[in-house]
Design a protein around this ligand. Structure first.
Ligand code: NAG
Ligand code: NAG
Ligand code: NAG
Ligand code: NAG
Length: 372
């Protein structure tokens, strides 16, 4: 184990060096014409700000969100700076994520399709009911409905654009959170049936996108959701709740089971759907490395369990807002708030997704997917 950790640390240091020198698109070049983003708060860039009825707890439109973003102002990103959608967009040659769908005026939607649109909504999940506690979020079904209606409006003229664009999806964590955190679960829950239901929903959404012309899919599988500060805190109230990583075991178990199901579903889809290509991250594998004691030292991540933007609760949970205490060095923290990674931690993930070779991303990386 120690030897493996050492090797990984070295690889990580090399990766950081490459990241600092910059890879991906050359100046002024774009590797795909457009990027379309779907999913949850890991990739939301402001849709929830503009969704009527969405509660403050499911928005990130107040300080200290955005403290490291170029404007130093909150934008709706659940991060101190750029999020994963921005960082992948940057590798592809864009300045940041395409704009939030809700931020576009009606007459601006079709023109913006040329560069891409972000439909993601914090709190949402694969299942329609996920995120209901937020008071109003865009489920994946809603996000897809908006996208396909724009494609229909554009008619045949959209086909070439859509087929060459990157479809970036990061969703599923909220379904796992809500299931694992259910205070009154029905007796004899069937985890396997629940996970199969999630994967079946995912498959349906991918088939709908394919039918609308999408061919290039980058899929971010849910990470070890039991290791975020909110779930570490929740685990303390469960009998035998902690696993060997000191995280919420029941939630992590769901993540560990979901990844292989998703990976094999994608493999099956790409066999059945002519011209479909994909790249999927092994986010639980990445997280396993980061959260194994000592595993993340080479990545400069020394604080694995506590939110940088710390509320008064256990592990800094309980509210990242203007009263929260900020950690001095964001690049040492995995987590920005109780649920979301720091800009620095997500930049490491973006690097692996875009440039990784076999380990933690497959069957190809996003750079290879874009080049097809
Ligand atoms: C989810 O919502 C969409 C429309 O918003 C609907 O078409 C679909 O049938 C719903 N799915 C389930 C499983 O209820
Ligand atoms: C998680 O899975 C492991 C291995 O399958 C099992 O031993 C453990 O009891 C599970 N933990 C929880 C909390 O479900
Ligand atoms: C920040 O959140 C805490 C906990 O919910 C709350 O007590 C406090 O008033 C909030 N501060 C601001 C400035 O909103
Ligand atoms: C790593 O952490 C050190 C100490 O907190 C900090 O000074 C440095 O900027 C960090 N390195 C990177 C690449 O962010």
């Amino acid at each position: 184990m120690a030897g493996r950790g050492g090797a990984l640390a070295l690889v990580a240091l090399c990766m950081l060096e490459v990241a600092l020198r910059g890879t991906g698109a050359a100046a002024g070049e774009r590797l795909v014409p457009a990027m379309f983003v779907f999913g949850d708060s890991t990739v939301d860039v402001g849709n929830n700000n503009l969704l009527p009825g969405c509660k403050p707890e499911c928005r990130a439109n107040y300080p200290r969100y955005g403290v490291d973003y170029p404007s130093h102002a909150p934008t709706g990103r659940f991060s101190n700076g750029y999020n994963l959608a921005d960082q992948i967009a940057q590798f592809l040659g864009f300045n940041e994520s395409p704009p939030a769908f809700r931020s576009l005026p009606a007459e601006g939607i079709v023109p913006q399709m040329k560069g891409g649109i972000n439909f993601a909504s914090g709190g949402s999940g694969l299942q329609n009911q996920t995120g209901q506690h937020c008071g109003g979020v865009y489920s994946m079904a809603d996000q897809l409905e908006e996208f396909t209606s724009v494609v229909k409006m554009m008619g045949g003229s959209s086909y070439d654009l859509i087929s060459r664009s990157l479809f970036f999806l990061s969703v599923g964590s909220n379904d796992l959170f809500e299931y694992a955190d259910d205070k009154n679960p029905p007796p004899h829950r069937d985890d396997t049936a629940f996970l199969k239901c999630l994967v079946d929903s995912y498959k349906t959404y991918l088939q709908e996108l394919y039918a609308a012309g999408a061919r290039k899919f980058s899929i971010v599988s849910p990470s070890l959701v039991g290791c975020c500060p909110s779930q570490r805190a929740a685990a303390l109230t469960h009998h035998n709740g902690l696993d060997e990583l000191h995280c919420f075991g029941a939630a992590n178990n769901l993540s560990r089971q979901l990844y292989p199901l998703l990976a094999s579903t994608l493999q099956g889809l790409s066999r059945d759907l002519d011209g479909m290509h994909y790249s999927i991250s092994d986010s639980t594998g990445m997280a396993e490395t980061v959260f194994t004691p000592g595993g993340a030292i080479g990545y400069n991540l020394t604080v694995l369990d506590t939110a940088c933007c710390a509320g008064s609760g256990k592990f800094g949970t309980g509210g990242c807002n203007a009263s929260a205490v900020l950690c001095p060095n964001r690049a040492n923290f995995v987590f920005w708030d109780g649920f979301h990674p720091t800009e620095y931690a997500s930049s490491l993930a973006a690097f692996v997704l875009f440039n990784g070779g076999g380990k933690f991303v497959g069957p190809i990386n996003v750079e290879q997917l874009a080049a097809l």
